[in-house]
Ligand binder design. Structure first.
Ligand SMILES: Cc1ncc(COP(=O)(O)O)c(C=O)c1O
Length: 364
């Protein structure tokens, strides 16, 4: 058996590269899930998540064992009862997944569909909310399939004024672009460990506001029941055997985020996104989203006509050891998805990628 040994620069839609400190945390011997040192680490993660999410007083923060989709399922499973009315804002593949998850947990879902590549217009949300009463409004902050950042602050204000709980997917935005759960009055938000935070995949940070905690429903999932997860994370009652290496890695990665400072980290992601824009424009490459709707952490770049998308990606991987992502669904073959997230968001990586991309385009 041979583990992967060759270098890869992860510049796809996630996972992002892990720092040397996070990597060495993964090698520390596992402790049991109820070991006092492990419980202290869980407390540490909970308090660091309060800062990273900018959670309000009285909020519940923890990390669900699973990838970002487990956070999505957890939030929905604990806030939706059969017949709950949900407005799902769908601006791409992950908005559609959120609408699907809401329906699977029994919600009556109304979709507000937006053309892939554009952000939702808050006026359209206002109109949708005027026409009906909703218990929940769900939106993806950073739509990874299109590289679009949605106006979550505006949408959350509208939803709250209409009396709905606001669910936000921050899988590709947490730790990379501005997000403020308390100030924007978001009720429930989930993310992942493997993108802006810079740990491997496997834990999904979630936050629920006091208002969301009051409106919790009895979860029909055992594994994702927030009451049982709270019993483990806060009251030390066995629920499941959390992965020690992932806890070590997430605690280390969150420590790095806070050492850098959230605002400095957002500014770094913005700077590196602009460095990519500057580097690709002389190569006749352009972004899919309009300039003010672009997500800094995930750059959707149009594949030029007559260029073989897959051949370019294969050349980057084989000759330059760089991974970038392909387009999903209707954007397959039409865009590349370039992730500049976490410790991968550096101008050096932009320079390395654009040099390699120029070579791959020449060969294609
Ligand atoms: C916006 C968004 N939501 C949800 C997910 C699902 O996360 P995971 O693949 O970690 O389950 C992803 C994954 O890329 C995503 O980009």
């Amino acid at each position: 058996m041979i583990l992967p040994g060759s270098e890869r620069l992860l510049l796809g839609p996630g996972p992002s590269p892990v720092s040397p400190r996070v990597l060495s945390a993964l090698g520390v011997a596992p402790r049991s899930h109820l070991d006092p040192d492990m419980l202290a680490l869980l407390d540490d993660i909970r308090s660091k998540l309060v800062e990273v999410f900018r959670a309000p007083a009285g909020a519940l923060t923890l990390a669900v064992s699973g990838t970002g989709t487990s956070g999505m399922d957890t939030v929905v499973a604990n806030l939706t009862r059969p017949g709950s009315r949900a407005l799902a804002i769908v601006t791409g593949y992950f908005g559609a997944r959120l609408a699907d998850v809401l329906a699977r947990w029994g919600a009556e879902v109304t979709r507000l569909d937006v053309e892939w590549g554009s952000a939702v217009d808050p006026d359209d949300v206002r109109r949708a909310l005027e026409g009906a009463r909703f218990d929940l409004v769900a939106i993806v902050h950073g739509e990874t399939s299109t590289g679009v950042r949605n106006p979550v602050k505006e949408v959350a204000a509208l939803a709250r004024a209409a009396g709905a709980l606001v669910i936000v997917d921050a899988v590709t935005s947490l730790g990379a672009v501005p997000l403020d759960v308390a100030a924007w009055k978001i009720d429930a938000c989930y993310s992942c460990s493997q993108k802006g935070l810079g740990a491997p995949s496997g834990l999904s940070p979630v936050v629920l506001s006091p208002r969301a905690l009051e409106r919790r429903v009895a979860s029909r999932s055992f594994y994702l029941d927030l009451a049982l997860l709270e019993d483990y994370w806060l009251r030390r009652k066995y629920h499941h055997t959390i992965s020690a290496p992932l806890v070590y890695a997430l605690a280390t990665a969150l420590g790095e985020v806070l050492e850098e400072g959230l605002e400095a980290r957002w500014a770094r992601h913005e700077r590196v996104h602009h460095a990519l824009a500057t580097a690709i424009s002389p190569m006749d490459l352009s972004f899919l989203p309009r300039v003010h709707e672009r997500l800094w952490s995930l750059n959707a770049v149009r594949v030029p006509a007559a260029v073989d998308d897959a051949a370019v990606r294969a050349c980057l991987l084989q000759h330059h050891r760089i991974e970038i992502g392909a387009g999903l669904g209707p954007l397959a073959g039409k865009i590349w998805r370039i992730g500049l997230m976490g410790s991968g968001a550096t101008t050096e990586n932009v320079a390395r990628l654009t040099h390699a991309l120029a070579d791959a385009l020449k060969r294609s």
